[in-house]
Design a protein around this ligand. Sequence first.
Ligand code: SF4
Length: 415
Amino acid sequence: MPQYHIWTIGCQMNKAESERLGSYLEQLGYENTATTEEADLIILNSCVVRQSAENRVTGKLDSLKALKNSRPQVAIAVTGCLVNSKTDELKRRFPQVDYFFKPGGYPEWLKKRNKELILPQHPAPSTFVPIIQGCDNFCSYCIVPYRRGREKSRPFKEIITEVKELVRRGTKEVTLLGQNVDSYGHDLPQKPDLASLLGELNTIDGLCRIRFLTNHPKDMSPNLIEAIARLDKVCEQISLPVQSGSNDILKAMRRGYTVEHYRQLVFKMRNKIPGLGLSTDVIVGFPGEIRDQFLKTYNLLAELKFDCVHVACYSPRVGTVAAQELEDDVPPAEKRQRLQQIEQLEEGIAAEINSSLLGKSVEVLVEGEKGGKWQGRTRTGKLVFFSRDSDFMGKLKRVKIEKTSPWALQGRVKQ
Ligand code: SF4
């Protein structure tokens, strides 16, 4: 039996794609192997969002040169964000690679015969479903639109059929994925939107929960907020990257909204969706960010109190407008200090929010086990651990919270 090995780095889109590729290969008769040495087919699912990620990908490709020399029959393929339209250039740079194919596209040589084969045979209780590829936004620091290309939505009916099939195979929760899910459908003939997709998914019997990410503050419509509030299966969890609390920095980032707009959006969502779990992303040390502008970000996070903040130090990406036109002038030590300040702030906020759940009963979808305990998430996206006394895998359980920390909750199943 031929063996395959998939190496993946990057975001949930890549993880979802790799899961599907693996499932597809297994249904074509391949067997998974944990090492490249034994594989007949090696697929690298790449990420180049940061220079450090791209370096890891090129390092991995370099390390495969010797393998290809000693076993020329092994097929090496690369997908993900490294693959742009200039595949000739990539082929010159990496002659050890046999195939390059764009994310989400299945190349001819994999002989796609049946779309259903792409779906995992035994999907996890919570499964990712990509609904839109690419991005039209061109934030000044981001390489994604240049690598993943323009937004391309998957057909509405195809997604519905796929989710029904996943549910038939055991999925209880889906997370719809895209670089900007709020743009879903604008490029399709009937112009459906995310709200209408959520409405249709909400009617699928056996599907218990629906999530989606990532949102863009300039594209999040009142219609979508209404849909989240109204549809019982759509979880009260939103990821809404703010990136900065300074309007000048947001402008330099080309984000297309102001802090005032963002704040109003948060008020509107919290007003319409009680108990909303809200997370955000922040970049510190963007070119030209003076201390005062950083403090605006810090103060905004202190004011809005997010459940979770993903913070990153700015690093220039070759090929972006920011890397070309703006000087990376915030010293690395200052960037790290700003990052730590935000991490400390968020730790306190998350601890406070989570402690309010002490003694309460929450609904958890059990997704797996870790350290001898069941592990799952609440509707608002909080990680919960509880004792492993019965087989609860894939089940929705009510758990009484007995211990909290900034990062997770622990409890006991309510009988
Ligand atoms: S919205 Fe901006 S940051 Fe997000 S993928 Fe698109 S260009 Fe990149």
